[in-house]
Design a protein around this ligand. Structure first.
Ligand SMILES: Nc1ncnc2c1ncn2[C@@H]1O[C@H](COP(=O)(O)OP(=O)(O)O)[C@@H](O)[C@H]1O
Ligand SMILES: [Mg+2]
Length: 392
């Protein structure tokens, strides 16, 4: 039996016995792939599966919906106690799957467990068995935007998970690279030297079309995206203003809001396929779907205030936006060679997320001193991971 088949069987086995599983593993260890396999299996058994993830893009990645949508919670809400509306979808689910758990705060996890409890109670009255729960993710990646890690909550410790750790990394073939990524994930600085050779003084705009630039701060990403505008202008492209961004036919963009009609979501990468007199056509990277947005709509919407732009150029991204994605080539900015610049790596898991996005060593180009970041991994995470290992 191959390793992934064994993991799949173990997972199914735990779900039908204990009913609650936490699947962890390094970036690219096939966690999301396992979700697909389990979902398929459970559906074949006639189970109703509710597939969820914290962000729009992570949900799209597994063909699910956001946790907020599943629980009918608006992103701005901080609910404490479940209402009938919050649990209505859960009641019908025989299996709840949550991917990318590291992005969910302890506070929200606590709310989720209360929803599960209420839904189980309702199901019990209907003579149905408790909901099975499969939680998946890697706490070695970026922590939630607000609040503490879910594993630090009381409700994590008392939830009764059985743990399953996926051991083999599939995204990268290079075993030395995987080994050193793992060191960085666990905060071991001796893994940094391995990536030193990929530090390069080359100009960043050498090959912007095929290379993404990963930054820490949004404004640094904006600056590198501006370089792409300058390049497009120099090469004679016709540049238009659309939703306050400058774009041209062929420009790489990334959507920053979830579409009301569900066509795209925050984090979706796309190419401007064509610009006509009336419309702009985007082609999504994820599924090659073509999205048409009216240029007139844009004008009429001017003045409306959104929390973020509808999209930005996609030549440079923050590590936060890149989590969950895979790239062939990336410039990773540690620190710019300009006066008063700050280290771009400022939080736990950030350098690990940046480096582990790239498939091969040859695709990595590091700008700045790889030894500079003083935060690699959270001590809470390292402790949690060690306990997980010894329990397995
Ligand atoms: N069992 C497997 N065999 C071969 N390739 C796999 C397997 N599981 C995952 N992969 C590949 O590895 C990459 C990362 O898998 P993914 O499930 O996204 O990892 P994770 O969710 O753990 O980050 C994907 O390109 C996927 O197709
Ligand atoms: Mg995944």
């Amino acid at each position: 039996m191959s390793e992934d088949n064994a993991d799949m069987e173990k997972c199914i086995d735990i779900l039908s016995n204990r009913g609650r599983i936490f699947v962890s593993g390094e970036a690219g260890s096939g966690k999301s792939q396992l979700i697909h396999a389990v979902e398929k299996h459970e559906k074949e058994e006639g189970m109703h599966v509710l597939l969820t993830a914290p962000s729009g893009i992570a949900a799209e990645n597994i063909g699910g919906i956001t946790c907020h949508a599943a629980l009918a919670v608006r992103p701005s809400q901080r609910p404490q106690y479940p209402t009938a509306l919050n649990i209505s979808r859960l009641i019908d689910a025989d299996l709840l799957i949550i991917d990318e758990i590291s992005m969910i705060s302890g506070e929200f996890w606590t709310f989720i467990t209360k929803c599960i409890e209420c839904a189980d109670e309702a199901r019990r009255k209907m003579g149905r068995s408790p909901i099975r729960v499969m939680v998946v993710g890697d706490f070695g990646q970026l922590p939630p935007a607000r609040g503490t890690y879910a594993f630090m909550s009381y409700q994590w410790r008392t939830f009764g998970f059985e743990n399953l750790k996926l051991k083999k990394v599939y995204r990268q073939d290079d075993t030395k690279m995987v080994k050193n990524l793992q060191k960085i994930r666990l905060g071991d600085r001796s893994g940094l030297g391995f990536f030193e050779n990929y530090t390069s003084p080359m100009e960043i705009y050498d090959d912007m079309e095929n290379t993404v630039t990963l930054c820490g701060f949004r404004r640094t990403a904006d600056k590198y995206n501006q370089l792409a505008v300058d390049q497009a202008r120099l090469s004679g492209k016709e540049i238009i203003n659309f939703y306050s961004q400058r774009i041209w036919a062929g420009a790489k963009v990334v959507f920053r809001l979830n579409d009301e009609m569900g066509r795209f979501c925050n984090g979706d990468r796309a190419i401007v396929k064509a610009i006509t007199e009336d419309d702009v056509l985007f082609e999504l990277k994820r599924n090659n779907a073509v999205i048409q947005l009216s240029r007139r709509m844009d004008e009429s919407k001017q003045g409306r205030i959104y929390e973020r732009p509808l999209f930005t150029l996609g030549y440079a991204l923050t590590c936060h936006l890149a989590q969950g994605q895979t790239f062939d080539r990336a410039n990773i900015i540690i620190k710019e060679e300009i006066e008063n610049s700050r280290c771009e790596i400022f939080t736990f898991g950030q350098l690990y997320v940046a480096l582990s996005r790239v498939r091969t060593l040859g695709g990595i180009r590091i700008l700045g001193d790889i030894h500079l970041p003083d935060v690699l991994a959270s001590a809470y995470f390292c402790n949690f991971e060690t306990n997980l290992q010894s329990a397995a």
